[in-house]
Design a protein around this ligand. Structure first.
Ligand code: MG
Length: 157
C-alpha cells in the first residue's frame, strides 16, 4: 500500500461558473487557471502521483505547454490513473476536502463522487468528498479563491 497527499488552490477571477470535481457550478466568478481550474481534481492528481512517487501534476502537465490550455481536468485524472496503472498500482480509496466560503458545494458532492469514481475506475463507495468553509478566516474565507486537500491510498493491481 502507498499513501499520497495532494493540495491545490486557485484564485477567483471574472467568470460565470467554476468546475469542481468535474461538476460545473454556476457562480458569479470563475477560477483562474491554465486548465479548467478544477482545484479538487488537481489535488487528487497530486495525491495519486505522490503516492506512486511520480512527482506532481506540474511535472506531468506543465502549464507552459499549450496542449493543456483550458483542458478538462478529468482528462488529466484519467492520464494519472493510467500512469500509476503502468506501474502496477490502482486507487483503493480517496478522501478529499474542498475549502470554499462560496458557492455551496453540498448539493454537488454526490455528482463529484460519481465523476471521480468513474475517472479513477473505482466503486463510488471508495470515494469521499467533503466541503468546508473556514468561517470567513484566511484567503478562502475572504472569498479570494478555493482550495482542496486530497488523500489517496494506492494498492497493487
Ligand atoms: Mg491547480
Amino acid at each position: 500500500m502507498r499513501i499520497g497527499h495532494g493540495f491545490d488552490a486557485h484564485r477567483f477571477c471574472e467568470g460565470t461558473h467554476i468546475t469542481i470535481g468535474g461538476v460545473r457550478i454556476d457562480h458569479d466568478r470563475g477560477l483562474e487557471a491554465h486548465s479548467d481550474g478544477d482545484v479538487l481534481i488537481h489535488a487528487i492528481c497530486d495525491a495519486i502521483l505522490g503516492a506512486a512517487g511520480l512527482g506532481d501534476i506540474g511535472r506531468h502537465f506543465p502549464d507552459s505547454d499549450d496542449q493543456y490550455r483550458g483542458i478538462d481536468s478529468r482528462v488529466l485524472l484519467r492520464r494519472v490513473r493510467d500512469a500509476v496503472a503502468a506501474r502496477g498500482l490502482r486507487v483503493s480509496n480517496l478522501d478529499a476536502t474542498v475549502v470554499a466560503q462560496a458557492p455551496r458545494m453540498g448539493p454537488h458532492i454526490q455528482e463529484m463522487c460519481a465523476n471521480l469514481a468513474q475517472e479513477m475506475g473505482v466503486a463510488q463507495d471508495r470515494v469521499n468528498v467533503k466541503a468546508t468553509t473556514t468561517e470567513r478566516m484566511g484567503y478562502t474565507g475572504r472569498g479570494e479563491g478555493i482550495a482542496a486537500h486530497a488523500v489517496v491510498l494506492l494498492v497493487a493491481i
